[in-house]
Design a binder for this molecule. Structure first.
Ligand code: G6Q
Length: 522
C-alpha cells in the first residue's frame, strides 16, 4: 500500500520541514536542480525539495516499481482492471500508435498493436493523396477524448498548417456550436471527420446528423464528404456510409487517443502526412525515454514524483499548468481531462479506498495572460497552488520586434522567469497587503521550439507523468466510471422530454427530473 511504503514514512518526516525557498533559492541550487533529456530541460529548483527529499522520492519510485509498471504497460500487459470486481480488463497501448520508427523487440501484443496502427497510417497516407486539393475546410465532430487532445494539438501547430486549409471542431450538443461552425464554411469544399470510438456518443451522433442534414439541404451527397473514425464493429463501422473509414482499437483510451486516427486524419489534413509523422516521432521518443531512462534521469517520472510530493506530503490540492506559449492555448484543457479523468479515483486496483489523496484538480491558461487575472490568488491567496510552467526558447514564427532593446519573445520569457522566482522567494514589506509570503512551488519545462516533434514529446511527457502517478497510487488510470452516472441520467431525462412532446408515458420515469423540467419551464 502506498502509505505503508518505507519511503512514505521518510517523506512524511521530511515534509515537516520542507525546503524554505525564501532563503534557499540560490544560483547554485538553480544549477543543481535541473534534468535534461529528449530536448527538454526540467528546472525544479523552485520546488520545495532537498537532495534528501529527492532520494526518498526515488526510493518510493523503486518500492512502488514504477519503471516496471511502465514496462508492463508499454509491453501490452493487462493493466486496466480492478481485481475481484466487474471492470475493464485490457491492455493500454496508446504508445503502440507511435511505435513506428524503430525495430524494438516488443511483446507480441504491443507489436501487433503497432502493426495495426501502421496499417491505418498507410491508409491515411493514401487517403490524403486522394483528397488533395478537393477540400479547403475540415470539420472534426467528436467530444471528450475525441475532441480535446486533437483540438489542442491542432491549435498548437497552427503555424505549421498548410496554407489555405482550415480546421473546425464541433463537440458540444449545444446547437449553437454546430451552427457557428456551419456559418463559417462552404460545405461543398468541406470534409467532415466524425470521431467516436464507441460509435454511440449522443453528442457526436446528434452533431453528425445536424451537419448531414445541412449537406442534404444544400443538395450535397454526405457520402462524398463524411469520414468515420471509430472502433471496429461499432454502429459507425459502416464504410458504405462514408467516404473513408479509419479504426481505433479498444486498447487506446479516449484521452490517450490523439496520436491514433482520432487526431491523425485531421492532423494529416492540415499538417500533411509528414507533419503528423513528426508528431508521432516526438511522442515515440518520449515513450522510449519514459520506458528506458534510469530512475534518476527519467523526465516524466521526476515530474510525477514532484507532483506526489506536493499532493501527498505538502497537501496541495490543485495544480496550475501555465504554458508561456499562446499556441498551447487549449493544452491545459486537454491535460485537465488527461489527468483528472485518469487519476480522479478514490479506490485502488483492489477496490479498496485509497489511503491518500490521488489526482489533484488541474487547471491552467497561457501566460502572460494569466498574470493579469488569477495570479493574485497564486501569489497572495490563502492556499498555495503549485505551478507547472512550460516555455520555449524560440517562438514558432520568426518575425519579432525589438521594442526598447528587447524582443516580444524575450519579454515573454522574462515574465516566465520572474513569476517562478517571485513565487519562490516572495517579498517582505511592513505593509501586510504588499507582502508576498513566497515558498510557493513551481517548476519549468523548457524546450527549444514548439514544432510537431516537440509537441508529440510534450504530449507523451504528460501522458507518462499521469501514468507514473497512477502506478504509485495503485489506481486504475485508464477507466472513467465516474462519467457514467450523469450520462445515464441524461438519457432518461431525454426520454422524459420525448414523452412530453409525443404525449406518451416513459417506462421508467425519474420523478425528480420531472420537477426540474417543470421548474425550468421546459
Ligand atoms: C476518454 C473518455 C471520453 C471519451 C468521450 C467520447 O478517455 O473515454 O472522454 O473520449 O466520451 O467517446 P467516443 O469516442 O466513444 O465518442
Amino acid at each position: 500500500m502506498f502509505s505503508k511504503a518505507t519511503a512514505f514514512q521518510e517523506l512524511s518526516k521530511l515534509s515537516k520541514h520542507p525546503v524554505d525557498l525564501t532563503r534557499e533559492l540560490t544560483p547554485k541550487r538553480a544549477e543543481k536542480f535541473l534534468l535534461k533529456g529528449e530536448g527538454f530541460t526540467l528546472f525544479y529548483a523552485t520546488e520545495r525539495v532537498s537532495s534528501e527529499t529527492l532520494d526518498a522520492l526515488y526510493a518510493l519510485a523503486e518500492e512502488r516499481e514504477l519503471l516496471k509498471k511502465m514496462h508492463a504497460m508499454q509491453e501490452g500487459e493487462i493493466v486496466n482492471r480492478i481485481d475481484g470486481f466487474e471492470s475493464e480488463n485490457r491492455s493500454v497501448l496508446h504508445t503502440a500508435m507511435r511505435d513506428q520508427f524503430t525495430n524494438r523487440q516488443s511483446a507480441p501484443s504491443a507489436r501487433e498493436a503497432a502493426d495495426s496502427a501502421g496499417r491505418e497510417l498507410h491508409k491515411l497516407e493514401r487517403f490524403l493523396k486522394t483528397i488533395e486539393g478537393r477540400f479547403t475546410d475540415l470539420i472534426q465532430i467528436g467530444i471528450g477524448g475525441s475532441d480535446l487532445g486533437p483540438r489542442a494539438l491542432c491549435i498548437a501547430l497552427q503555424a505549421f498548417h498548410k496554407p489555405g486549409l482550415r480546421v473546425h471542431f464541433i463537440s458540444n450538443v449545444d446547437p449553437d456550436d454546430a451552427n457557428q461552425v456551419l456559418s463559417q464554411v462552404d460545405l461543398q469544399k468541406t470534409v467532415v471527420v466524425v470521431v467516436s470510438k464507441s460509435g454511440t456518443t449522443l453528442e457526436t451522433l446528434t452533431n453528425e446528423e445536424f451537419v448531414r442534414s445541412r449537406m442534404l439541404k444544400k443538395g450535397l451527397d454526405p457520402k462524398e464528404h463524411f469520414v468515420a473514425v471509430t472502433g471496429q464493429g461499432s454502429s459507425m463501422d459502416n464504410p458504405s456510409h462514408y467516404l473513408a473509414s479509419f479504426y481505433i482499437w479498444d486498447f487506446v483510451g479516449g484521452r490517450y487517443s490523439a496520436t491514433s486516427m482520432v487526431g491523425g486524419v485531421m492532423l494529416g489534413f492540415c499538417l500533411g502526412f509528414h507533419g503528423f509523422q513528426e508528431l508521432l516521432r516526438g511522442a515515440h521518443e518520449m515513450d522510449h525515454h519514459a520506458l528506458t531512462a534510469p530512475l534518476k534521469s527519467n523526465l516524466p517520472l521526476l515530474s510525477a514524483l514532484l507532483g506526489i510530493w506536493n499532493r501527498n506530503f505538502l497537501h496541495l490540492p490543485t495544480v496550475a499548468i501555465i504554458p508561456y506559449s499562446q499556441a498551447l492555448l487549449r493544452f491545459p484543457a486537454h491535460l485537465q481531462q488527461l489527468d483528472m479523468e485518469s487519476n480522479g479515483k478514490r479506490i485502488d486496483k483492489k477496490g479498496h479506498a485509497c489511503p491518500c489523496s490521488t489526482g489533484p484538480v488541474i487547471w491552467g491558461e497561457p501566460g502572460t495572460n494569466g498574470q493579469h487575472s488569477f495570479y493574485q490568488l497564486i501569489h497572495q491567496g490563502t492556499d498555495p497552488v503549485p505551478l507547472e510552467f512550460i516555455g520555449f526558447r524560440k517562438s514558432q514564427y520568426p518575425a519579432d520586434l525589438q521594442v526598447d532593446h528587447t524582443t516580444s519573445q524575450e519579454k515573454l520569457l522574462s515574465n516566465l522567469c520572474a513569476q517562478s522566482i517571485a513565487l519562490a522567494v516572495g517579498q517582505l514589506n511592513t505593509n501586510p497587503n504588499k507582502q508576498f509570503p513566497g515558498n510557493r512551488p513551481s517548476r519549468i519545462l523548457m524546450a527549444e521550439k514548439l514544432d510537431p516533434r516537440t509537441l508529440g514529446a510534450l504530449l507523451s511527457f504528460y501522458e507518462h507523468k499521469v501514468a507514473f502517478q497512477g502506478f504509485a497510487w495503485n489506481i486504475n488510470s485508464f477507466d472513467q466510471e465516474g462519467v457514467q452516472l450523469g450520462k445515464t441520467l441524461a438519457t432518461k431525462i431525454l426520454e422524459q422530454f420525448k414523452a412530453r412532446r409525443t404525449r406518451t408515458k416513459t417506462a421508467d420515469p425519474f420523478p425528480l427530473a420531472d420537477s426540474y423540467l417543470d421548474l425550468f419551464s421546459l
